[in-house]
Design a protein around this ligand. Sequence first.
Ligand code: NAD
Ligand code: WQD
Length: 342
Amino acid sequence: MKILVTGGTGYIGSHTVVELQAKGYEVIIVDNLSNSSIDVLDNIAKISGKKPLFEKFDLTDPEKTATFFKLHNDISAVIHFAAFKAVGESVEAPLMYYRNNLLSLVNILQGMIDNTIRDIVFSSSCTVYGQPDVLPAREDTPVQKAASPYGNTKQICEEIITDTSISANIRGILLRYFNPIGAHETAFIGELPLGVPNCLMPYITQTAIGKRPFLRVWGDDYDTPDGTAIRDYIHVVDLAKAHVIAVERLTGEKGKKNIETFNLGTGNGFSVMEVIKSFESTSGVKLNYEIKERRPGDIVKVWADTDFANKELGWKAEKNLDEMTRSAWKWEQALAKKEIAK
Ligand code: NAD
Ligand code: WQD
């Protein structure tokens, strides 16, 4: 079976490609390399022994997307990762986010309908829950007004897929990721944040390697046991594996509804200080950090109810926090070696 992976040279996409290849799927990636590098294809091949097919173009281009689908109408399912994802940037440039994230999805769905491709797996986010009143967040926890244009694109995309499944022969699985971190155990692929990272894990590893002077811990006066905010961190390889299961569910007619939504998290919340402690113990590096004011827009705590995903998908995150921080550090060190070699 041939699977289209949009955004397949990106962070989560590349890990998913490796897992698909391990299960014998043929993969074709579409990516415009706006936030990833062509080298990722060789690095995927170092792990799997097989370089995926690749086409470079912008999925917001309706003609190019239509031509692509016509040429590749033997695709069995689509996994759609391609999107912009920086929350702060989306506040500065909302139209760029609405244009990229919404138009690419519309063009993909049109290509699928025109070529009778039925199944799509979509990258959604726990950001749709905002700060839930009740924890853990279940899939039927009410979606809250988005706190950023980025979050809003995820909500609208979920609605676009749902509406399309009513009028056309489209079936979708919407995967709401919590906080993906870590890297492949080989350290051949991982996260490549452009510029100064916003997210916690790459900021920690870049501080430890000496690229940043210190980590700023955003707030230690929250209503949590140690005062720092709590998230459900999930290893990117566990996340990747769930996508293969989602494809198998769709193509194997195992779904119960045309549109199904699943949380992808571990079900455990960890505070910023707990992540720092795990990092220090797995890396042996003492991290330089300072406590700062709360970051505007941050929620206090969120973690997933994973019962539905565990039961229905038969999937469970297996890797613990130490495995996440250890692999993130191995990846940062591998990147540093590459930079020295350049
Ligand atoms: P990423 O930036 O590493 O990967 C996205 C890829 O899509 C990049 O390679 C980029 O070049 C490509 N792309 C973007 N716009 C494109 C376009 N118009 N045409 C073709 N290619 C395009 O991001 P990621 O962390 O791997 O995230 C993948 C998906 O998961 C995104 O939809 C993101 O919103 C979602 N998500 C990510 C997180 C996270 O914390 N990383 C959490 C929840 C949801
Ligand atoms: C985690 C915790 C910070 C950096 C974001 C998006 C969300 C989703 C996942 C895509 C928070 C603290 C962070 C730092 C810190 N992405 N922190 N110092 O904000 O939970 O979620 O990524 O869909 O939409 O908003 O992730 O990694 O930025 O923060 O103290 O330098 O680490 O305050 O408590 P977040 P994050």
